[in-house]
Design a protein around this ligand. Structure first.
Ligand code: NAD
Ligand code: UDP
Length: 341
């Protein structure tokens, strides 16, 4: 089976490409490298001992995309390509709607033209918005996220729903990721943010390696056990395997048409303080931090009800917080400058 992976050079994409190759899928990566490096693909090829077809291109470029579908017989598309910085999305919302919404529409149009109907979308826990109670369950209504980034994910989920209504051949899966962290256990691939990291783990890892002075913990007065926010952190390799499980599910359910959402998380909330402690334990060193003001838009706590994915996809997040920390550190300490070699 041939799978087109948009955004496959990025953090989650590269780990998923490795899992796909290990499960005997052929992979074509389509990525404009706006937030990634081709080096990730080279390393994935070495780890898998297999080749990946790489095409540099933008998902908004329908002509180029069309050529890819003409050149290869594609069975399914896994769509990671998007901009993902929550804060930045409030500064340049139009770029987010252009890339994440219009880009997805372009991709879906080209897929329709070439009669490719299997589609897996990188959605996010952010689609539950501010109004739903935790844990989040797929039966809940889509919410109202506070950022343009979150709104772009809700919009795409709506687009997929409408497309499925209009086209009985469409077979879509929305995977709602919680907080992916960690790296492949080899330490060869991992998360390589450009500039100052927005997310917790890359920031902690850069403090540990001496690139940043100290971590700011955004608020210790939330209504949680220790006052800091709680999130459902899952290992990126578990998440990668969730995509393989979703593809297998589509293959097993040849009668399925429509669009189905699955939460991918562990089902547990872990606080910022607990993450810092776990990282300190993994590296046997203190992480300097200070408590700073709350970050606008942060919710106190959310985690997944992952029962649907556990049962239907036969998938479970298996790796522990300890392993997430150890693997993050292996990647960060052996690649202090990420893919810049
Ligand atoms: P990433 O930035 O590492 O990967 C995204 C990839 O898409 C990059 O390689 C980038 O170069 C590429 N890309 C961006 N715009 C493109 C365009 N217009 N055309 C072609 N390629 C383009 O991000 P990631 O963390 O791997 O996230 C992958 C997906 O998962 C995104 O859709 C993101 O919104 C979603 N997601 C991520 C998280 C997270 O915490 N990392 C959580 C929930 C959902
Ligand atoms: N966080 C923090 N300091 C940082 C980055 C993040 O305290 O430098 C906190 C943030 O407030 C949130 C949690 O860590 O409660 C996870 O944030 P991240 O941006 O990684 O993911 P989010 O859940 O916001 O998508």
């Amino acid at each position: 089976m041939k799978v087109l992976v948009t955004g496959g050079a990025g953090y989650i994409g590269s780990h998923t490409v490795l899992s796909l190759l290990e499960n005997n899928y052929d992979v074509i990566v389509y990525d404009n490298l706006v937030n990634s490096s081709i080096e990730s693909i080279d390393r994935v090829e070495k780890l898998a001992g297999k080749k990946v077809e790489f095409i540099e291109g933008d998902i908004c470029d329908k002509e180029k995309l069309s050529k890819v579908f003409e050149q290869f017989t594609i069975d399914a598309v896994i769509h990671f390509a998007a901009l993902k910085a929550v804060g930045e999305s409030a500064q340049i919302p139009l770029s987010y709607y252009q890339n994440n919404v219009y880009g997805t529409v372009c991709l879906l149009e080209v897929m329709q033209q070439h009669k490719v109907h299997n589609f897996i979308f990188s959605s996010s826990a952010t689609v539950y918005g501010e109004e739903n109670d935790v844990p989040y369950v797929e039966t809940m209504k889509l919410g109202t996220p506070s950022s343009p980034y979150g709104a772009s994910k809700v919009m795409v989920e709506r687009v997929l729903g409408d497309l499925a209504q209009s086209n009985s051949n469409f077979r879509g899966v929305s995977l709602r990721y919680f907080n992916p962290i960690g790296a492949h256990e080899s330490g060869q691939i991992g998360e390589d943010p450009k500039g100052i990291p927005n997310n917790l783990l890359p920031y902690v890892a850069q403090v540990a390696v001496g690139k940043r002075e100290k971590l700011g913990i955004f608020g210790d007065d939330y209504p949680t056990k220790d006052g800091s926010c709680e999130r459902d952190y899952l290992h990126v390799m578990d998440l990668a395997q969730g995509h393989v499980a979703a593809l297998d599910w589509l293959n097993r359910h040849s009668e399925f048409s429509g669009v189905e959402a699955f939460n991918l998380g562990t089902g547990n909330g872990v606080s910022v303080f607990a993450i810092v402690k776990a990282f300190e334990k993994a590296i046997d060193k203190k992480i300097p931090f200070e408590v700073s003001p709350r970050r606008t838009g942060d919710l106190p706590a959310f985690w997944a009800d992952a029962n649907k994915a556990n049962k239907a996809l036969n998938w479970q997040a298996k790796r522990s917080v300890e392993q997430m920390m150890a693997d993050t550190w292996r990647w960060q300490s052996t690649n202090p400058n990420g893919y810049l070699v």
